[in-house]
Design a protein around this ligand. Structure first.
Ligand code: TYD
Length: 143
């Protein structure tokens, strides 16, 4: 369920939580709960105190980021607007589309940031230079 459109190509969603006296469960199905075919899953954990990650954009890749334990912030920027979102519960997800610069920071100790991705790892899909990213967005406004 959409909670908030953060940028034209980036939105905060709420997962359906199945809760009973034993606790909570979230299930994510490809092309259903997550609006793309999931081709890869990776997760960040044991993040060093004060460490930052990301600092890149993708040309084609879509991602669905869930902080399944702990908390972190994700700053997203489409070269028109910069917003910062806090992920601090496992029932929220940030859907990041192509053409969005992202920076992850403020990882609480013990945090696990899980990312579902629409394509296998491909370094050619990355834009790792912010000025190059802004130039690419100027050439191609947000879809
Ligand atoms: P990097 O892109 O720097 O991570 P982040 O954006 O979270 O800061 O990736 C760190 C290393 O891990 C780099 O050598 C590439 C490798 N990697 C993979 O092999 N597969 C993957 O799916 C990802 C995301 C990274």
């Amino acid at each position: 369920m959409l909670i908030e459109q953060i940028l034209p190509n980036c939105a905060l969603h709420a997962h359906r939580v199945v809760e009973d006296q034993r606790g909570c469960l979230v299930a994510l199905e490809s092309e259903a709960d997550v609006p793309f075919r999931i081709e890869r899953v990776y997760y960040l954990f044991d993040t060093a105190r004060g460490a930052t990650r990301g600092f890149h954009a993708h040309r084609e890749l879509q991602q669905w980021a869930v902080c399944v334990a702990g908390a972190c912030t994700i700053t997203v920027d489409d070269a028109s607007e910069r917003r910062t979102v806090t992920l601090d519960t496992p029932d929220k997800a940030l859907h990041i589309g192509p053409g969005v610069w992202r920076e992850m920071r403020d990882f609480a100790p013990g945090s696990v940031l899980m990312v579902l991705a629409s394509q296998p790892y491909n370094e050619a899909d990355y834009i790792r230079d912010f000025d190059e990213f802004v130039a690419s967005r100027r050439a191609k406004p947000p879809q």
